[in-house]
Design a protein around this ligand. Structure first.
Ligand code: ADP
Length: 467
């Protein structure tokens, strides 16, 4: 079975968020199960080629916007695997992308519409034959439509994975002209553009053979208006072919110098090193941390922001590492400069994998109060380093964190609920042995890909049998 996995990011070449981690690790786990997966991504100017060699492979001519565009195809392997990654180079369309979280703007939708054309031209070129195309998020949303046009008789099967329903790639209807989509030939396109824009996610979800998302709970939640928004009825119509498969992590990507026997000593050393590095007061204060995109709507940053004074008042420290929304970046920056929080609060507005590792290792609790969370990887990575997650009980957080066993949860998205859970966190560390038990549980939790990769293999097999 041969699978092509197009996506906007693949770690370690290009990583913006959890999607990059997934596309960089799931193909390797599938390879171990005998599934042959190739990855296809745009070649961004900022691609990380440290220790990785890109080989020029061939040229593709891709028609778009009334012109023919030359695209150079580069090839490399995912580290420690035989998984092929194809990178498509178009200075015209891709050089501005991949610097930070995608904005979902007109320029990006045009660039990814072109990327989708390139992927289909690549499949058509017949360099490899694929049984399944496994698309990911809005950046790949027009591929099923283009495949139907290019392979009218026998298109490869398409699986569409929703990593985040809120980012939809709403583009101008000019995309249709540029991509040679003829109105009238695609009823769904006509319906979609009746509101004035083309929704790439809607096209991907509606025209794929199967749809899945990245946790079982999120797969259920998106069938409701609260989490599914305008998509809930479209997804409900597709419910027979919609499933949830929890993301895993590739533990080989995370060095660990800590075990069930020495974690207390090691975590104290990591904590002091972290405090020193960030200019915090060195000592035993519990550290509450946040790592991730500064997305005020999704990530619960309003709850975190309001909780910081209480954390400090109760003798804790707060650390944030993230980039994103400028207004919220400024709010956290201003707060960390406040003399009142001197040596107790640190906010680093950057993407810094080394610091992220230091925070996972040295913190006591990781805060993940997301309003919604399709899967979330940070809580799993935190547990691997004995850092207990404090999460809103939704989506993948619900499926990975077990109350009072490996973390703490709150049920309603309110400051009151969140602050109540933080109070329980303070109580926990002064409890007799319960905190230690929970850290041991977290350290031994298994979120590797093995189980979930088997589920993907199963799904691919069912798709090929048309089940
Ligand atoms: P999402 O996919 O919604 O962005 P996830 O929890 O699934 O969130 O994954 C986030 C991934 O990106 C994790 O591997 C996390 O460590 C990493 N990450 C996010 N922001 C940063 C940052 N500023 N610096 C370093 N790593 C980051």
């Amino acid at each position: 079975m041969r699978v092509l996995m197009p996506a906007s990011e693949v770690s370690p070449l290009i990583k913006i968020g959890g999607l990059g981690d997934v596309v960089g690790s799931l193909p390797k786990a599938l390879e171990a199960l005998g599934v042959n997966v190739d990855v296809a991504v745009p070649l961004y100017a900022g691609v990380n080629t440290k220790g990785i060699k890109l080989h020029k492979s061939f040229e593709l001519e891709v028609p778009y916007g009334g012109n023919s565009h030359s695209v150079t195809v580069y090839r490399t392997k995912l580290p420690r695997s035989s998984v092929d990654v194809f990178l498509f180079n178009s200075k015209e369309y891709f050089s501005d992308l991949g610097k930070s979280a995608f904005l979902n703007n007109i320029h990006e939708t045009e660039a990814f519409s072109f990327f989708n054309k390139v992927v289909v031209a690549f499949i058509k070129a017949g360099f490899n034959t694929y049984d399944i195309v496994h698309c990911n998020d809005w950046h790949t949303g027009l591929i099923p439509l283009f495949l139907k046009d290019e392979f009218p008789d026998n298109p490869p099967k398409v699986l569409f994975t929703i990593h985040n329903l809120m980012y939809q790639g709403r583009g101008s209807t000019d995309i249709l002209k540029n991509a040679d989509i003829i109105p009238g030939q695609h009823p769904l396109v006509d319906w979609d553009i009746s509101d004035g824009d083309l929704n790439m996610l809607l096209q991907g979800i509606s025209l794929s053979d199967y749809v899945n998302t990245v946790s079982e709970s999120y797969a259920q939640e998106i069938l409701t208006p609260e989490f599914g928004g305008v998509f809930h009825s479209i997804l409900t119509n597709r419910a027979a072919r919609l499933s949830g498969i929890l993301n895993g992590i590739d533990y080989d990507d995370y060095s660990k110098d800590m075990s069930g026997n020495d974690w207390q000593l090691k975590k104290r050393e990591f904590k002091h090193a972290l405090q020193r590095h960030l200019g915090l007061k060195i000592g035993d204060a519990p550290i509450f941390a946040y790592i991730g995109r500064i997305d005020p709507y999704q990530k619960g940053l309003d709850l975190i922001y309001k909780a910081i004074p209480g954390i400090v008042r109760q003798g804790g420290q707060f650390i944030l590492l993230g980039t994103g929304d400028k207004k919220w970046e400024n709010k956290f920056h201003t707060l960390s400069e406040n003399a009142h929080f001197n040596k107790s609060v640190s906010c680093t507005l950057a993407f810094d994998a080394k610091l992220a590792l230091g925070i996972y290792q040295g913190s006591t609790f990781l805060l993940v109060p997301s309003r919604y969370e399709p899967c979330g990887l940070i809580q799993m990575i935190a547990m691997y380093y004995g850092t207990l997650p404090i999460v809103h009980n939704v989506g993948g957080l619900k499926d990975t964190v077990i109350e009072n066993i490996n973390g703490l949860k709150f049920n309603t998205y309110t400051s009151k609920s969140f602050l109540g859970t933080l109070k329980r966190a303070f109580d926990l560390i002064s409890s007799n042995g319960q905190y230690e038990k929970m850290v041991l549980n977290a350290l031994s939790a298994d979120f590797s890909w093995s189980l979930s990769a088997g589920k993907y293999k199963n799904l691919y097999e069912r798709m090929l049998k048309n089940e």
